[in-house]
Design a protein around this ligand. Structure first.
Ligand code: ZN
Length: 142
């Protein structure tokens, strides 16, 4: 299970709605709480640096990841995953997402949208064989 504060989730949803011509993206920062569950405690937005088809794919700025990793060094918190929006799609991983996924430890939060409105948010993780995503339960803390 993954938990996230309602305010953090709201910030992601707002960013996705405001910038719905492209996939928005960013990093999820958190820590392991009880065994098997992860608390997301912060988000760090990134520019979508993919060079074309930004409405269909995303790439997080690697310099942001390095900066966050450096900031979190010696801390309990770490990068636990990332988020991105599907401006015109469901909150399910696309074929492109599967092709570009290679870190089984990372959570994938996907924001499914329709007409610039967020429809649903789901969390996924690559399975150990790296051939499919499996859903992870998301719990929103108010
Ligand atoms: Zn995607």
């Amino acid at each position: 299970m993954v938990t996230i504060g309602a305010d953090l989730l709201e910030a992601i949803k707002k960013a996705a709605s405001i910038d719905c011509a492209q996939e928005i993206c960013g990093l999820l920062v958190g820590h392991n709480s009880t065994p098997g569950s992860i608390s997301i405690t912060d988000i760090v937005s990134s520019r979508n640096i993919v060079s074309n088809l930004r409405e269909k794919q995303f790439e997080i700025d690697p310099t942001i990841r390095i900066r966050v990793e450096r900031r979190l060094r010696d801390q309990e918190s770490k990068i636990v995953g990332h988020y991105h929006s599907h401006p015109r799609g469901a909150a399910y991983p696309s074929k492109k997402d599967l092709e570009s996924a290679y870190e089984p430890d990372l959570l994938w939060m996907i924001i499914g949208m329709k007409a610039c409105k967020v429809e649903e948010v789901r969390i996924w993780r690559l399975n150990a064989e790296k051939i499919a995503f499996r859903p992870i339960q998301l719990c929103i803390l108010s």
